[in-house]
Every structure is written in structure tokens, then in C-alpha cells.
Design a protein. Structure first.
Length: 323
């Protein structure tokens, strides 16, 4: 019976998460879910236990998460965790296992990203007093550092947990605090749009003023990031070779986005991506004085933002000869 109860509780938690996914709040201000925005996390946990628990001092454990970005500021995350709660020698070990879902609200995603969270799920307790399956609710706050080691990030978090487990003391529900720290990484090669494998497509930078500017096809980025994909680096190495063949030319690197999300967010993202391309070309030996990086956000679309194909064309890097 405990396993049946746990399945019911977990199903309710996941159902609540899916409700968040499709709710107007999750898609406020025109925010749009991107099916490629998946991520995973692995975190260590230290549990500050409620003093009303019989003979329990503290706990340690692990937590694993599977998340999806569902808007400019919103993530939905499913979690699974296991804790060992330390009791005194007479009471023995006390184990807890749980599954649940959380909604995360990022205040912003530039640099170190603070966020708030709320959620719940089911928790299974196994101790020398027997087993028990009940619900829990949690709320908290955290800080996410992206791209700390390559595409891997660092995440720190503090959660308040209302645990409805019954340990026979009559003191439930319990009020625990969990401190977490661990790693995050993107899944499924999440890119802002499809990363295409090209067969040595040569991007020509003409030795005369370019009007209109030239789109650097294949220069793509990882999802919600200014980090270049491997394919983009291949294209830009050829661009660097062409630029070095005309050492007196000066070029502007323009970053553009589609209209998904707020204007301020798109502007900042386009600036970071243009700067990332400039930095890579400098690393390839191009004189920094010849390169100017400019972000245009969503202000210069070349196609209709109302279609997926149009949005894909609008997300681009352009290069313009300036002399």
C-alpha cells in the first residue's frame, strides 16, 4: 500500500507541474516554451531537521532534477531525492525518498541568476518505527551560475520543506530546511535553434562595402546562451581566414534575435552573442581594432515573427564591411 500511495502522490505532483506548464502564468508576457530547453541537475543536500522529530539531529543526501525552460523567466523541474537522517544510536537509521515537481521563477538570466521556487510531491519514510508515505510542500530561493565549466553550471539553493510524514510522535507536520549545492548541464544539445552540420560551407567576406550585410549561416549558439556551438566555430575559422586576407578591412558584427521574450532581454542577448563572435575572431588572430560588435535585439527582423520559420531567420549574426 505505501508504494500505491506514493505513486498517487507523485502523479498529483507531476500533474500540478503540467498545469503550471500550460497555465497563463507560465506563458505571461508572450513567453513561449522551447522544446529544446531541457537541463539536468545533481546536488548534494544537507538537512536541518525539525527539532520535533524524535532523536533526529541532521541529515545528508542527494537530489537529482530534470528541468525545462518554459518561458523567459520560468522553469518547470521534476525532482527525485534520497536522505539519510541521523538518529541517536538507540533509534537507528532513518531514510527518506521522494519525488516531486517545482516551478522556478528566475528574476533574470544574465550572469549569476537568482530564482524563487515552489512545489510539492510525495515522500516515503523508512525507519525502525516502520514505513510511511505522505505528501510534502516546499518553497525556496537559489542562485544559478551558468557556463562555469564549459556548458556545466553551478547551482546553490535553500528550501523550506513542510513534511507531513508521521513518525508516531504526534508532532507532524515537520518543518525542515534543506541546503543544496551541485552542478547543472543542458540536455539534448539544446540550441536556440537547430545546429546544422555543414560541409565546409565557405562564408565570403567581400573586400568591398557590403550592402546589405552578410548573414553568417551556421553561426548558432547553445540555448539561452552566448556560447558558440562547435559548428559555429568551424564557420568562424573560415571567416577569420578571409578577414586576414584583407588586413585593412573593418567590419561590424551584428547580433539579432526574434521577438520571443522582452525587448530588454533580447537586446542583452544579442549584444552578448555579437561580442562572443568578436572574441572568437580575435582568438583566431584578427586585429581587435578592425572588429565592432553591436546588438540589435529584435528591432531589425527580416521575416515574420509569427511563424517558426520566420523566427529562425530572425535569429542571426550578420557581418558588414565598414570601409
Amino acid at each position: 500500500m505505501p508504494s500505491v500511495k506514493l505513486c498517487c502522490l507523485v502523479g498529483a505532483a507531476i500533474g500540478a507541474g503540467l498545469a503550471v506548464l500550460t497555465s497563463p502564468v507560465a506563458h505571461a508576457d508572450g513567453e513561449r516554451a522551447d522544446p529544446r530547453g531541457w537541463n539536468a541537475s545533481a546536488m548534494g543536500v544537507y538537512v536541518f531537521e525539525d527539532q520535533d522529530r524524535n532523536d533526529v539531529d541532521y541529515g545528508t543526501g542527494l537530489r537529482f532534477g530534470l528541468g525545462r525552460q518554459i518561458g523567459e523567466h520560468w522553469d518547470l523541474e521534476w525532482q527525485g531525492f534520497g536522505h539519510s537522517l541521523e538518529r541517536d544510536r538507540a533509534s537507528g537509521q532513518h531514510w527518506q525518498y521522494g519525488l516531486g515537481a517545482d516551478a522556478l521563477r528566475y528574476l533574470y538570466r544574465e550572469g549569476p541568476s537568482p530564482y524563487l521556487l515552489v512545489g510539492g510531491g510525495g515522500i516515503y519514510t523508512d525507519s525502525n518505527r516502520g514505513t510511511d508515505t505522505n505528501a510534502f510542500l516546499n518553497a525556496g530561493a537559489g542562485l544559478h551560475f551558468r557556463d562555469v565549466w564549459g556548458s556545466m553550471g553551478l547551482r546553490m539553493e535553500l528550501r523550506y520543506v513542510l513534511d507531513f510524514s508521521d513518525d508516531g510522535s504526534g508532532n507532524e507536520p515537520f518543518n525542515d530546511v534543506r541546503a543544496l549545492v551541485g552542478l547543472t548541464f543542458p540536455l539534448f544539445g539544446g540550441g536556440d535553434y537547430e545546429t546544422r552540420i555543414i560541409e565546409r560551407e565557405r562564408v565570403v567576406v567581400k573586400p568591398v562595402p557590403m550592402a546589405p550585410p552578410e548573414v553568417l549561416h551556421g553561426v548558432n549558439f547553445e540555448f539561452d546562451s552566448a556560447r558558440l556551438t562547435p559548428n559555429a566555430k568551424t564557420v568562424l575559422r573560415e571567416v577569420a581566414e578571409r578577414l586576414q586576407a584583407y588586413p585593412n578591412s573593418e567590419v561590424e558584427i551584428g547580433g539579432h534575435t526574434d521577438s520571443t521574450g522582452s525587448a530588454s532581454y533580447n537586446q542583452a542577448l544579442s549584444e552578448r552573442r555579437a561580442a562572443s563572435v568578436r572574441d572568437f575572431l580575435i582568438d583566431q588572430g584578427v586585429d581587435p581594432g578592425r572588429l565592432t560588435a553591436v546588438g540589435y535585439g529584435a528591432s531589425r527582423p527580416v521575416d515574420d515573427n509569427g511563424t517558426e520559420q520566420g523566427r529562425e531567420r530572425n535569429r542571426r549574426i550578420e557581418m558588414r564591411r565598414m570601409n
